[in-house]
Ligand binder design. Structure first.
Ligand code: ADP
Ligand code: MG
Length: 430
C-alpha cells in the first residue's frame, strides 16, 4: 500500500530496518548468556533451599542456622543481580527499538513535508494517508521486538531443559536385546572387574555361581563393594571385564525393563514416598488388592506396627517416610519387595536398622520370603545369615571366602573373625 502511494516515501520508511536488525542481533548476543545465567542462578537457589530444608535437623543440631542463612542470602543476592541485568537489558531494548522506528516516521514527516511544500508530486492528503498507514506498519513491527525479548528468555530456558533431555544414558539397551519372560533364578558372576572410576576397580575378578532358589549371604566390611555387586546385577552399571549372567544370559543382552521386573531390591536406605502406607507398599504393583497388601505387610512383620498407626494402612507418611522409625521404614520397603514378588530378591542390608528383637521376626520373615526364589542378602548382622545356603565374604573388592556358615566357621578366617567380634559385642551389650 505504502509503495503504491509513493515509492520515494515508502523507501524512507525502510531506513530504520537495518538498524533494527543490528539492534536485535546485538541484543540477542548480550541477553542470551544472561538469561542462561539467570536460570542457572534460580536453579542454584532452589537446590540450596531444598538441601537446607531436607537437612534441617542437621542444620539445627549443629547450630548452623546463621551460616546457612548467609549461604542462602548470598545465593539470592547473586540471582537478584543477574535478574537485574536481564531486566535492565530487556527494558532497554524495546524502547530503543521504538525510538529507532519513530525515526522512520520523522524522516517521512520531513521528506514528505518538503515534497508537499515544494509541490513535487505529493499532495497533503496523500501524505496524511501515508502517515496513517505508516502507523499500521510500525505497530506490529514493535510488537515483534517484544516478541524477540520473550523468545530469548524462552530459548534460554528450553536450552537448559534440552541439556537434560539430551543427556545420553550411560547404559543403553542393545537394539537386539533379548526379552526375558520366565526366570529360574540362576546367577553367575564370572571374573567380574568393575570400578566406578575405571582406573581404580572396586570389584576385582569376582566369580560366583548361584543356583536357582538358593539363599545367598554376602558379608564384608563397609566399603568392600557389596552394594556395587548388586548394582551390577540390576545393571545400574556395566562391568568392565567379565560377565554377569542370569539364567545363563549376559545381563547386557537383556532389556533393562525386563531385568528389573524380575529382580526386586530392598535398598540399604529405604525410600518411602509422601503417600499412605498402602500406596508405599503397592508401589511396584499399584493394582494389587488390599488382601495381597495385607499379606505382604504380615510377611514383612510390618502389620503390627502399621495397625498401631492412627489410621492404620491409610496413615499418610511424610517426606521420605517421615513418621516411621528406621526399622519400620525398612519393614515397609521389605513388604513392598514381597508384594512385587520378584524371581530374584536382593536385600541390601535391609534389616540393618531393625533392632535385635524384631530381628528374630525378620529372620522368620526371610525364611518365608526366600522360598521359591533366589535371594541374595547382604547383611551387616551375621546372625541373619545362619540359614544361608552359601555365604560369600568380600574383602577389599576380592572374593575372600565362600561356603556355608559351618564351613566358614571351621575355616577360622575373616568370617569367623567377624562373627566372633559380633558375638562378643552382643554379649557385652547383654
Ligand atoms: N556411585 C559411586 N561412585 C563412585 N564410587 C562409589 C559409588 N558407590 C560406591 N563407591 C565406592 O565403591 C566402594 C564400594 O562401595 P559399596 O559397594 O557401596 O560398599 P558396601 O560394601 O559398603 O556396600 C566404596 O569405596 C565407595 O566409595
Ligand atoms: Mg552397601
Amino acid at each position: 500500500m505504502l509503495f503504491t502511494m509513493d515509492w520515494r516515501l515508502a523507501s524512507f520508511v525502510l531506513i530504520p530496518v537495518p538498524f533494527v536488525f543490528i539492534g536485535t542481533a546485538i541484543y540477542w548476543r548480550r541477553i542470551y548468556p544472561r538469561h542462561y545465567k539467570l536460570s542457572d542462578a534460580s536453579a542454584k537457589v532452589s537446590s540450596l533451599i531444598n538441601g537446607i530444608f531436607s537437612g534441617i535437623r542437621v542444620v539445627k543440631a549443629f547450630s548452623q542456622d546463621a551460616r546457612e542463612n548467609e549461604r542462602f542470602v548470598s545465593s539470592v543476592e547473586y540471582q537478584h543481580a543477574v535478574r537485574k541485568g536481564v531486566n535492565y537489558s530487556s527494558s532497554m531494548f524495546s524502547p530503543v527499538m521504538a525510538l529507532v522506528f519513530s525515526m522512520g516516521g520523522f524522516i517521512v514527516w520531513y521528506a514528505g513535508g518538503r515534497l508537499v511544500i515544494e509541490d513535487r508530486g505529493v499532495t497533503l492528503g496523500t501524505l496524511m494517508a501515508f502517515l496513517g498507514y505508516l502507523g499500521m506498519f510500525y505497530g506490529p513491527l514493535q510488537g515483534l521486538t517484544e516478541l524477540s525479548a520473550w523468545t530469548t528468555s524462552f530459548l534460554a530456558s528450553s536450552q537448559r531443559i534440552f541439556d537434560i533431555l539430551d543427556t545420553p544414558a550411560a547404559i543403553e539397551d542393545r537394539i537386539d536385546a533379548l526379552p526375558l519372560k520366565e526366570v529360574k533364578g540362576a546367577i553367575e558372576f564370572k571374573n567380574v572387574t568393575f570400578g566406578y572410576d575405571p582406573y581404580s576397580p572396586v570389584l576385582k575378578d569376582i566369580s560366583m555361581k548361584i543356583e536357582p532358589g538358593q539363599f545367598i549371604g554376602i558379608v564384608g566390611k563397609s566399603g568392600s563393594g557389596k552394594s556395587t555387586l548388586v548394582n551390577l546385577l540390576c545393571r545400574f552399571y556395566d562391568v568392565q571385564a567379565g560377565t554377569v549372567k542370569i539364567d545363563g544370559i549376559d545381563v547386557r543382552d537383556l532389556r533393562r525393563e525386563d531385568l528389573r521386573k524380575h529382580v526386586g531390591i530392598v535398598l540399604q536406605e529405604p525410600f518411602l514416598f509422601r503417600a499412605t502406607i498402602t500406596q508405599n507398599i503397592a508401589y511396584g504393583r499399584p493394582e494389587a488388592s488390599s488382601h495381597e497388601i495385607l499379606d505382604a505387610a504380615k510377611a514383612a512383620y510390618a502389620h503390627d506396627f502399621i495397625m498401631r498407626q492412627p489410621l492404620g494402612f491409610d496413615t499418610q507418611l511424610g517426606e521420605r517416610g517421615a513418621g516411621l522409625s528406621g526399622g519400620e521404614r525398612q519393614r515397609v520397603s521389605l513388604a513392598r519387595a514381597i508384594l512385587y514378588d520378584p524371581d530374584i530378591l536382593v536385600l541390601d542390608e535391609a534389616t540393618s536398622s531393625v533392632d535385635t528383637e524384631s530381628e528374630q521376626e525378620i529372620r522368620r520373615a526371610l525364611a518365608v520370603i526366600c522360598k521359591g526364589r533366589t535371594t541374595i542378602a547382604i547383611a551387616h548382622r551375621l546372625s541373619t545369615l545362619q540359614g544361608a545356603d552359601q555365604i560369600y565374604v568380600i574383602d577389599e573388592g576380592y572374593l575372600a571366602e565362600s561356603g556355608s556358615h559351618e564351613e566358614l566357621m571351621a575355616k577360622e578366617g575373616i568370617y569367623w573373625k567377624l562373627v566372633k567380634i559380633q558375638t562378643e559385642l552382643t554379649n557385652l551389650g547383654a
